[in-house]
Design a binder for this molecule. Sequence first.
Ligand code: BJ8
Length: 427
Amino acid sequence: MSEDYKKMWEELDIDLERHDQLLGGLSQLYTNVYLLQKNRPKGMEYYDYVISEVHGLRIKELCDFRKKGNKVVAYFCLYVPEELVLASGAVLVGLCGGSNFADQDAEAVLPRNICPLIKASYGFKVARVCPYFQAADLLVGETTCDGKKKMFELLGELVPLHTVEVPQKPETEQARKLFFEELNTLKSKLEELTGSKITSEGLKKSIETVNAKRAILERLVNTRKASPPPISGKDSLLVFQIAFYDDPQRFTQKTTELVEELEERIRKGEGVVDAEAPRIMISGCPMAIPNWKLHNIVENSGAVIVVEESCVGTRYISMGQIDNSSDSVDGLIKSIADAYLNIHCSCFTPNDGRIKDNIQLAKDFKVDGVIHYSLQTCHGYNIEAKKVESALKEQGIPMLTIETDYSGEDTGQLTTRIEAFLEMLKK
Ligand code: BJ8
């Protein structure tokens, strides 16, 4: 990394020594997991570059943006609409942590036996190793699972934080009304932060920008219906992970180039694996960078992941194309609120939509089996796994349930279980 970046990190109050360790580990992991893959699409070079500059160029862009008086907003969950943030003139970046690097820092305050994603989200702030955290002018949390909700209270003691209330029973009229009002409150908070008014013209434009991003991601998802699929599960996961913090317009343009290449591969019958490789769906908790553990094990075991029912997969685009035909700010926020309640997170009750999504996706992507993925102590997804399993079983689709964390300690055990599951599918 250049001296310029060092100066930038110092200005962001990064702990340089630990940050070096973090980046060193990431680079090694990325080489092993990603760069050794065979037959990758050329379009993945852009995402390789983004990762090589993950704490460099994008952070510089954010710092330059802030120097002009603009604001950076950071978030942890899909229920915070990017459309509203962009319409306020700010940019939105994702903060969820996917590594156990700062667990010890988090455990000085948080209990040891909580979800690794919550621990990482808090630990990275305390350890001062994440420049996205350091560059954020406002964090937006949300009331989804209890662990996150309570962690946000502690995070709010360290940084400016606003929490959006997400209703838990989305089917009711009261829930829709509450979420609409919550997004209106967020709008006021963003206006206060940026000093600019959110207008209907601005909102229409930002809806268009984010719709375009979702449309190209949907096209990417659809390419994986092909047999053989033109892209690995690992690579597709990476594209979704990067969608959380890249510039949305550039991301859409680069992903369009990638998708065009993938569609061409399909026309030529080219794939990343043999057509006989077992087709697997992953369903469950999100995977933040650099959590590539499960995908790596599954694909190194000879299968291919063809779809993720996850917030780094189909849930990220489950709002669909948001209607921006209204000429009033209220009308547009109502469209956004209604669309975002189509994200079927396990914090909802009941959450039948997610069960239906699992069945539909398993059929559409012709999967041979499903691996349900829960992070340790994530009660919502852990408990819901039973319902998902029964529903899939009725359709004759086998499911393996996995609960894990960010450590590598269970890699051997997981590999054995996954290989046995794949063997069973082949039979
Ligand atoms: S919309 S999945 S991003 S809440 S894994 S912290 S649920 S204990 S991340 Fe999520 Fe929004 Fe839902 Fe998606 Fe809690 Fe579970 Fe941990 Fe989780």
